[in-house]
Design a protein around this ligand. Structure first.
Ligand SMILES: [Fe+2]
Length: 258
């Protein structure tokens, strides 16, 4: 989402372009797809220096600056915050953690027996996944009244499902791996990005642990291919989590073609 050029960063919410915002209690809401220029300061903070709320430049789409009137600039920043809420909660949080974790969890329960090393490795991490997602379906994204997004959020209503669909369309395997994700989003040098700093330290630790267990049971690639339960597990994930699309870079498709 960010591209860096020296010490200026471009934050682009293009994922949110073209959606009809929610109507709450008969009142039309607004949903922006902003472009934001941010500058890193000498004390390593990130400051917004220009905001455009819609993607295409036009006469009714001004570029807001910190030198504009106090409330124009404040309002522009509030629109960015609102867009960030939608992008974070629907794409990064709901889709890429909760819903995708459910695909992995259900596939594990469907395809892999309890004695299997893969089951033993993964099952502790699926604890509460189904329970909390069930609550989310009932109270957070429910189409009925009393669904939080429907009742209170500009990206509720129809937009919610379309944002989720568009986010799923752009989901790739590599974007779930922090070292690749950080490179692809070009956020290596953004100051004060603690998610990146923590994730890049944890990743090799988790990788070493998982690698150690799997290499104990699978000595060769052929061992992986011959394991029908593992193959059914990843096939289910490929179909239901990645829409059976080879362009996502999911491995099952690579193995299938060999
Ligand atoms: Fe959560």
């Amino acid at each position: 989402m960010m591209s860096s050029n020296g010490k200026i960063f471009l934050l682009d919410y293009k994922n949110l372009d073209g959606f009809q915002a929610n109507i709450i209690d008969g009142k039309q809401q607004y949903l922006a797809a902003p472009l934001v220029l941010l500058k890193s300061t000498r004390d390593d903070k990130l400051m917004p220096i220009a905001i455009q709320l819609k993607q295409k430049s036009s006469t009714d789409n001004p570029i807001f600056l910190p030198t504009d009137s106090k409330y124009d600039w404040l309002l522009a920043k509030i629109y960015v915050r609102s867009a960030d809420f939608t992008e974070h909660q629907l794409n990064a949080h709901l889709l890429r953690t909760h819903l995708l974790a459910e695909v992995f969890a259900v596939s594990l329960l469907r395809n892999v027996p309890m004695v299997h090393p893969l089951y033993k490795l993964l099952i502790p991490h699926t604890r509460y996944t189904l329970q909390i997602n069930n609550l989310a379906r009932g109270f957070l994204i429910s189409k009925e009244p009393k669904g939080f997004f429907n009742d209170y959020v500009s990206s509720g209503g129809q937009a919610l499902w379309l944002v989720l669909k568009k986010s799923l369309d752009s989901l790739t395997y590599s974007s779930l791996c922090p070292p690749d994700d950080i490179k692809e989003r070009r956020v290596d040098s953004v100051p004060g990005y603690y998610y990146r700093d923590d994730a890049l330290q944890l990743w090799p630790i988790i990788h070493r642990y998982v690698d150690g267990i799997l290499r104990y049971y699978y000595k060769t690639d052929a061992d992986v291919e011959r394991d029908n339960e593992l193959q059914e597990w990843i096939k289910d994930i490929f179909e239901h989590g990645f829409d059976s699309k080879a362009s996502t870079g999911m491995l099952w498709d690579v193995l299938k073609k060999q």
